[in-house]
Design a protein around this ligand. Structure first.
Ligand code: NAI
Ligand code: MG
Length: 334
């Protein structure tokens, strides 16, 4: 049995983590959960959105599956997601978007994965007022050669391992010449160590258009934090929405798995949340734990459910069911 810290989180988090627990039990996945609190619920209950016990548990077990955490907009505490990624130096945020059977979208045969730099860029939260009128705000972006090298190398290594042909680096080096310019320069240098993999770079606005016009041209995409955040939601949209894309945050000695989506307050507590986004994240976790066979079994059960029991699936992907019926149907197909 492997110990995994489980953070249900906010909003739909309780519903979808309950679903994962049931499916893991049905699949006989050798995982034992250590449940911890974080997010708005922890703040309201304990006065701290990231309790010390939660940090301690992650420090001890080095692996976590996390539901979404609500971050107050404009004011209030800083994003706990960003804090955790920085604290454990989880520099690779890996976000695959793959067309699923029987999930209808205008885009066919998408199979790409976004590598998002996860610890720097504009997400370091260094913002300040230029003067005391509070009418002029400034924000600082950080890009270092070391962190860029780590994420870009991780992207190339992944391409090689998964036999994907091309790495596309996305930047805005025409305008942000130093920060994303450095990222591009590091990319050009790392690419030389991977002559077997095609390398190209695109400016982010063009990339957004290309992803909609011809998403099939992309394999592995690597980019800075903010661009990666935005483009990965776009990528989710290509394959059925935020209910179907998982992600991994991986560092040298710790990893945290979570869905791309947030706490979805508009559907929270209504048994409407699609559990497969977090489930796909947990399959990435099983692979990380060298439990590929169990991950493959669960993936097969998801695909079978999408094809043969569409009515049991949640409504965001055209089903007529609930979180509960979808979960039960996947368990039945295991
Ligand atoms: P969101 O991702 O929560 O929701 C966007 C839309 O997608 C909503 O209409 C929602 O109903 C739908 N959706 C999301 N997940 C779904 C699922 N599993 N099944 C079916 N539909 C789903 O984004 P929003 O509303 O911008 O953010 C809400 C909160 O979540 C904010 O406080 C934000 O800071 C937080 N957030 C947390 C993240 C994390 O914990 N990693 C990531 C993104 C946002
Ligand atoms: Mg996001």
């Amino acid at each position: 049995m492997k110990n995994v810290v489980l953070i249900p989180g906010d909003g739909i988090g309780t519903e979808i983590t309950a679903s994962i627990k049931k499916i893991f039990e049905a699949a006989k996945a050798p995982v034992s959960w250590i449940e911890c609190k974080a997010g708005l619920n922890a703040y309201e209950e304990l006065g701290n959105p990231l309790p010390a016990e939660t940090i301690k548990a992650i420090e001890e077990h080095r692996i976590a599956l996390k539901g979404p955490l609500t971050t107050p907009v404009g004011t209030g505490f800083r994003s706990i997601n960003v804090t955790l990624r920085q604290k454990f130096n989880l520099f690779s945020n890996i976000r695959p978007a793959i067309t699923l059977p029987n999930v209808h979208t205008p885009f066919k045969e998408v199979d790409l994965v976004i590598f998002r730099e996860n610890t720097q860029g504009l997400y370091i939260g260094k913002e300040h007022w230029a003067d005391d009128t509070e009418k002029h705000a400034e924000s600082i972006a950080v890009v270092t050669e070391e962190a860029s090298q780590k994420i870009i190398t991780a992207a190339f290594e992944y391409a090689r391992k998964k036999e994907m042909q091309k790495v596309t680096l996305v930047h805005k080096a025409n305008i942000l010449k130093l920060t994303t310019g450095l990222f591009l320069k590091v990319g050009q240098s790392v690419a030389k160590d991977f002559p077997d993999i095609e390398f190209e770079d695109l400016i982010v606005d063009n990339m957004a258009m290309q992803m909609v016009m011809n998403p099939q041209q992309f394999d592995v995409v690597v980019t800075t934090n903010l661009f990666g955040d935005i483009l990965s939601d776009l990528a989710s949209g290509l394959v059925g929405g935020l209910g179907v894309t998982g992600s991994a945050n991986i560092g040298n000695d710790a990893a945290m798995f979570e869905a791309v989506h947030g706490s979805a307050p508009d559907i929270a507590g209504q048994n409407k949340a699609n559990p497969i986004a977090l489930l796909f994240s947990s399959l990435m976790m099983l692979e990380y734990l060298d439990e590929k066979k169990i991950a493959d079994n669960i993936r097969k059960a998801i695909y079978k459910t999408l094809v043969e029991k569409k009515s049991a699936c949640t409504m965001d992907i055209g089903g007529k069911g609930t979180t509960t019926t979808f979960t039960e149907a996947i368990c039945a197909n295991l």
